[in-house]
Design a protein around this ligand. Structure first.
Ligand code: DX5
Ligand code: ZN
Length: 215
């Protein structure tokens, strides 16, 4: 099943509850939570308190994307009754195998994200352990950037590996997704689609989510 995960990074933070309710009503499947520390990426977003302010206000599962150094230290802060995935960056984890096991031991699903320039081969020895691989289709740090088409090759390769090895991890794509390229990325094998500015930048957020999930 394909799932849409609108990124609240592009929401109006002063109306976060309201805008989250809109995406939920319109049929979004997950809330993508972009956490940036100003070290791993050149921008600071928000921490777990902002995410937790949505608890009890939405039934949607949280899809946490940690763009931070030392993710082992902070992952536990993002475990809530709504948390489905916690994803760390391969580039931020010296001991990636340990980081994946750490997330799983917290009782949530573990994802690993790859920057556009990072080779898939870096995941060869942990691919059996992950619940999701997040393919960054922009360089992480900001919403509203342009999709990097070359990253689709990585998605196609991953989908092949998954089929050949009989694995069942989700493939997520994140960055620059619009109504114009969403079909292409899904055809390449993506099962979880992140969309930030193209959802929350719309004048009618609900209508935009409905268009996205028409697939
Ligand atoms: C980028 C973030 C993305 C971003 C997506 O660093 O990880 O999740 O919010 O935003 P758009 O869809 O606007 O590229
Ligand atoms: Zn993200």
């Amino acid at each position: 099943m394909k799932r849409l995960a609108p990124s609240i990074l592009s929401a109006d933070f002063s109306r976060l509850g309201e805008q989250t309710a809109s995406i939920e009503r319109a049929g979004a499947h997950l809330i993508h939570v972009d956490v940036m520390d100003g070290h791993f990426v050149p921008n600071i977003s928000f921490g777990s308190a902002v995410m937790k302010s949505l608890l009890g206000k939405t039934e949607l599962p949280f899809d946490v994307h940690l763009m931070i150094e030392n993710p082992d230290k902070y992952a536990g802060d993002f475990v809530t009754p709504n948390t489905e995935f916690i994803t760390v960056h391969q580039e931020a984890c010296t001991h990636l195998h340990r980081s994946i096991q750490n997330i799983k031991s917290l009782g949530v699903k573990a994802g690993v994200a790859l920057n556009p320039a990072t080779h898939l081969g870096t995941l060869d020895y942990v691919i059996d352990d992950v619940d999701m691989i997040l393919v960054m289709s922009v360089n992480p740090g900001f919403g509203g950037q342009k999709f990097i088409p070359k990253t689709l090759e990585k998605v196609r390769e991953l989908a092949e590996i998954r089929a050949e090895e009989g694995l069942d991890f989700e493939i997520e794509i994140d960055g620059g997704i619009t109504l114009d390229n969403v079909k292409e990325v899904m055809d390449a094998g993506v099962s979880v689609v992140v969309a930030g500015s193209s959802v929350f930048g719309a004048s009618d957020i609900e209508a935009r989510v409905r268009e996205f999930v028409k697939w």
